[in-house]
Design a protein around this ligand. Structure first.
Ligand SMILES: Nc1ncnc2c1ncn2[C@@H]1O[C@H](COP(=O)(O)OP(=O)(O)OP(=O)(O)O)[C@@H](O)[C@H]1O
Ligand SMILES: [Mg+2]
Length: 258
């Protein structure tokens, strides 16, 4: 089982859009996929038309008084399940802090699912907190959306330093440019130069495309409702890179994008 997390300290950079589309594409490939919407804002749950509600709240899940299995819901898509958000997730830091080994808690909660799922996506809230530390510990691959500016590159360096200083297992980082606007010279320059220089930056960039915003109207991944669109093709390329980095085999009979 490989665990991917979409993560950035910054908000509104395309974490949820990536988690939703890549988890859909992984399921299309034939992997058994679980997406955990860890954000109390519940955007991923909304996009998959699932009520953001977990009985007993985040506390019951983290403490283990309710099993994760109990809270998982099927989505409309084969092979893709969702562990919904809950408004109580806003307090996950406090719940983690009250327990033992909070940094390892998420990983140990997910470990028993390895027989049921091949791929897990964690869609994280923005920020850097105890929850983030637990995510960083659990994840094999961290997918970090970056708006192509100089400051975003600094954010990536800060994140890399932070991860380097963590005890325990550390994720590999795969950053990618998000909301790329080719009309902006700085966007073009940064998104062309950086992937060539740094192996932790994906070759694929996700452009700013209004069809991606339409996901909240359609309440589905763009890769599902417009699979031939440019947006869907970029996400398919990003998934191929992420899959390879994580060392996941390409499944036979996988449905490659048209
Ligand atoms: N490539 C894109 N082009 C255009 N709009 C996008 C793109 N990616 C995301 N969006 C839109 O931008 C908004 C923020 O995206 P998203 O929710 O994925 O970001 P986020 O990093 O998860 O935000 P938060 O930190 O609040 O969880 C959403 O309305 C989404 O539809
Ligand atoms: Mg989000």
């Amino acid at each position: 089982m490989k665990i991917f997390a979409t993560y950035n300290i910054k908000g509104g950079v395309g974490k949820t859009a990536a988690a939703v589309n890549l988890s859909y594409l992984a399921a299309q490939d034939g992997y058994r996929v679980l997406l955990w919407d860890l954000d109390a804002q519940a955007a991923a749950s909304f996009l998959f038309r699932i009520k953001p509600r977990v009985k007993g709240g985040g506390k019951a899940l983290i403490r283990g008084t309710r099993t994760i299995d109990d809270a998982i819901k099927a989505t409309d898509f084969d092979g893709l399940d969702l562990l919904p958000a809950d408004f109580t997730y806003r307090n996950l830091d406090l719940v983690l802090d009250a327990g033992k080994k909070p940094q390892q808690r998420l990983g140990s909660l997910l470990a028993p699912l390895s027989g049921e799922y091949d791929v897990v996506f964690l869609d994280c809230p923005p920020g850097i907190s105890l929850l983030s530390e637990s995510v960083l510990n659990a994840a094999d691959t961290l997918l970090v959306p970056l708006i192509p500016t100089t400051l975003s590159v600094r954010t990536l360096d800060q994140l890399t330093d932070f991860i380097g200083g963590l005890d325990g297992s550390r994720p590999q980082i795969l950053a990618f440019f998000s909301m790329l606007d080719r009309r902006k010279r700085l966007h073009r320059e940064i998104s062309e130069q950086l992937p060539a220089k740094r192996q932790d930056v994906a070759a694929t960039a996700i452009p700013a495309i209004s069809l991606i915003e339409q996901m909240s109207v359609q309440r589905a991944p763009v890769t599902a409702f417009a699979p031939r669109s440019a947006a869907a093709r970029r996400y398919a390329e990003l998934w191929a890179e992420a899959r390879e980095r994580a060392g996941l085999p390409q499944l036979s009979g996988s449905s490659s994008m048209p």
